[in-house]
Write a protein that binds this ligand. Structure first.
Ligand code: GLA
Length: 394
């Protein structure tokens, strides 16, 4: 019932948006170029049916588009960004995120392409943690550990969507109620993730959550980028910066050792722009454990709050992605598990390291690491986190 209402509301907004454009369009014929500009200033949101899950839940796809022509497709299954079109230096808009062509493929086997991750992004050792002396056992789905919310995490549930049109923004508000003890987590957790596309080619992701029992939360977004827009190529030529003096070394199962290591004179130093490929094959115990980069960097926080955390630049296309966040960490994953077997949406398969992720988050295994910033959420408190993906060319 509620869901229907929400869809109806979302649909009405889309309808309103298109009517609005229609009006401006009509005026345009009669008046001047200025009206043309006004028309272009309207961001749009469109909705289309995308498929049905094996459990019979319908999944929709929303397309957010800004005045410049940047376009983001999001499906309600997993809140997955299935396509993200941004310009290159010749103003050619192309899709720069890995993904699939159909819901069936996302359901069948998805290494988290484009998805919202929750309740806990990254790993929790042996899936265990304690709150107020009570031990909780989470699903273990990554060797001995818990990864990215468990067997059926937020990447595999259907979210309720509401489309919201601002004057110059297009937003999609996704909600999901995770029930008490889902995947082993305590508390009914109400989660809202809002994607907002602005006219400055920024995709903002706002995370909000509340609980009715003390719990832990660490939400993130798992898009795999390849700024060349050619998914048959690796991302080794992308130049990365990460604003971090330290990173978090891990054990053989990718659980933090608890130490924060200085990046100076190591392959983990991205304070000055460096291609992903430069040191990725260096003889280094941490690179060996991660099979490449698969680590959390501790963001420098000289300007408390929302800050530039990392950037990725692809010289050939001129595309630059800058990531801002209020989170303390960022997981940089160089697509090491992509092995040429998953089908690409442009034909062929995704080669090894053909996409990279920059996942803003709290540190892995925080519930078991007393010196890491807390990921505990109490009843009456509100969890919020914000990350912006800003696209430009240079
Ligand atoms: C995360 C993890 C990686 C890997 C990918 C998905 O980024 O840190 O180890 O599991 O997700 O394949």
């Amino acid at each position: 019932m509620n869901i229907q209402k929400t869809y109806l509301y979302g649909f009405t907004i889309v309808l309103f948006a298109s009517l609005n454009i229609q009006c401006k369009g009509n005026k345009k014929d009669k008046i001047s170029e200025e009206t043309d500009t006004q028309k272009m200033e309207i961001a749009t949101i469109e909705k289309a049916a995308y498929g049905t899950t094996p459990e019979g839940e319908s999944v929709d796809k929303y397309t957010l588009k800004n005045q410049k022509g940047m376009e983001v497709d999001v499906i309600t299954y997993g809140g997955i960004i299935t396509s993200l079109k941004v310009p290159n230096k010749d103003n050619v808009y192309e899709d720069v995120v890995l993904g699939y062509d159909s819901l069936a493929q996302y359901i069948n086997k998805n290494p988290y392409f484009g998805a919202i991750i929750g309740r806990y992004g990254n790993r929790i050792a042996k899936g265990k943690f304690s709150l107020d002396g009570k031990e909780y056992q989470l699903a273990t789905n990554d060797g001995p550990n818990h990864l990215h919310g468990g067997i059926k995490g937020f990447d595999k549930v259907v979210w309720t969507a509401v489309a919201i049109k601002g004057d110059s923004t297009a937003s999609l508000k996704l909600s999901y109620l995770s029930k008490d003890l889902e995947e082993g987590y305590p508390g009914n957790l109400k989660t809202i993730v809002t994607y907002t596309l602005t006219n400055d080619n920024v995709l903002e992701v706002l995370y909000e959550a509340t609980t009715d029992k003390k719990t832990i939360v660490n939400l993130t977004q798992h898009s795999y980028f390849n700024l060349s827009a050619d998914f048959s190529k690796t991302i080794l030529d992308h130049e990365i910066t990460i604003n971090a003096d330290t990173y978090i070394p891990v054990d053989a199962t990718l659980i933090p050792t608890g130490e924060l290591a200085d990046v100076t004179s190591t392959p983990f130093d991205f304070r000055a722009a460096k291609t992903i490929g430069k040191d990725i094959e260096a003889k280094d115990d941490q690179l060996k454990k991660g099979l490449g980069y698969d680590h959390c960097w501790v963001l420098n926080n000289e300007n408390e709050g929302f800050k530039l955390a990392a950037s990725a630049y692809h010289p050939e296309s001129g595309r630059l992605l800058e990531i801002y966040t209020d989170e303390p960490g960022i997981q940089f994953y160089s697509g090491n598990f992509l092995d040429g077997t998953l089908p690409s949406k442009t034909g062929g398969t995704y080669p090894h390291r053909s996409g990279f992720c920059l996942e803003t988050q709290h540190f892995p295994d925080s519930p078991n690491q007393k010196d890491f910033p807390s990921t505990v959420l109490n009843p009456g408190e509100k969890y919020t986190a914000k990350t912006s993906f800003k696209f430009s060319v240079k």
